[in-house]
Ligand binder design. Structure first.
Ligand code: NDP
Length: 292
């Protein structure tokens, strides 16, 4: 079994970006600038955004965080987005999800300029992705492609089962793995909460990508020998023995099935670590396209 070390790969990607930033600076070109909008007090969101801003600092990107109270109206948020769309200093920005329930997520996603949509959620970027055209790809699925590429995992002709169909992970992941490309060229099955026989379908997967948000959902008997298992899930479980009082686990029962797999991602230190790295890559790409 080979452990797919997303943390090590993310450090590699960040180091490469840092070198690129130095090169730009030596030519008198301003480094890329990422902005984030955070609405409300969701603790997980606060910690994700903090991680993103810290990573920018580490590699020499500019960064700005715009924090708003839960009471921010949709109109006010759209106004801020319009401002960032026009701001020449900002190369890319994200609106951290989830948003409070009075704000319509799709309206917000559509308001972001596709050129600055470094989360890759805008319908134009999703459409271009589906057509195998140049696009800013959603960060988590793109991070998974980077892992597959880095470890030179063969994907052509394989059966890839994606568990979960969310707009940010499962749906784009299933499209990417089915594209005529590397990584890709898979026969893809997308399963979700209405799917019958999930267990039997997963048992036929050469590549299994779990993104549902349920701790240890994928059990040993659902995975065939030598399968490649990618675990996107991040679930907090009570753990009185840890300092924080909880531990993070994936959607896959790692301890029980790891030895059966040819490759597997750990949680933490797998897909999650790569998500920020690919957001930074997208920001570099957006900056280059717009002004370099
Ligand atoms: P969502 O809650 O948006 O989507 C969950 C998906 O799983 C849905 O499609 C849902 O089906 C499906 N599902 C739920 N229960 C079952 C079940 N019992 N059987 C089959 N399918 C089921 O989650 P996200 O995609 O946003 O996130 C998934 C996980 O990945 C979470 O743990 C999240 O924290 C993590 N995550 C990690 C990231 C990273 O960087 N590593 C980034 C983003 C998310 P249906 O559509 O029918 O409701």
């Amino acid at each position: 079994m080979i452990l797919l070390d997303g943390k090590a790969l993310s450090n590699l990607v960040k180091d490469e970006l840092k070198i690129e930033v130095e090169k730009l600076k030596s030519k008198g070109i301003r480094p890329p600038h990422l902005a984030a909008i955070l609405v409300g007090e969701d603790r997980a969101s606060q910690s994700y955004v903090r991680g993103k801003m810290k990573s920018c600092e580490r590699i020499g990107f500019g960064s700005s965080l715009f924090k708003y109270d839960e009471a921010l109206t949709e109109k006010e948020l759209l106004k801020k987005i319009e401002e960032l769309n026009k701001d020449e200093e900002i190369d890319g920005f994200i609106v951290q999800l989830p948003l409070p329930s009075h704000i319509k997520e799709n309206k917000v996603i559509e308001a972001v300029s596709p050129e600055k949509d470094v989360d890759g959620f805008h319908p134009i970027n999703i459409g271009r992705m589906a057509k195998n055209m140049d696009a800013l790809l959603p960060a988590t699925p793109n991070g998974i492609l980077e892992i597959i590429k880095h470890y030179k995992i063969e994907t052509s002709g394989k059966h890839c089962v994606v568990v979960g169909r969310s707009n940010i992970v499962g749906m784009p992941m299933s499209i990417l793995m089915g594209r005529k490309n590397y990584p890709g060229d898979c026969t893809v099955t997308l399963v979700h909460s209405r799917t019958r026989n999930i267990k039997e379908i997963c048992q036929t997967a050469d590549i299994l990508i779990a993104a549902i948000g349920k701790a240890y959902f994928v059990t040993e008997d659902m995975v065939k020998e030598e399968a490649i298992v990618i675990d996107v899930g991040i679930n907090a479980l009570d753990d009185p023995s840890s300092e924080k009082g909880y531990k993070l686990v994936g959607d896959v029962d790692f301890d029980k099935l790891a030895s059966k797999c040819s490759y597997i991602t750990p949680v933490p230190g797998g897909v999650g670590a790569m998500t920020i790295a690919s957001l930074l890559q997208n920001t570099m790409t957006a900056a280059k396209k717009r002004r370099m």
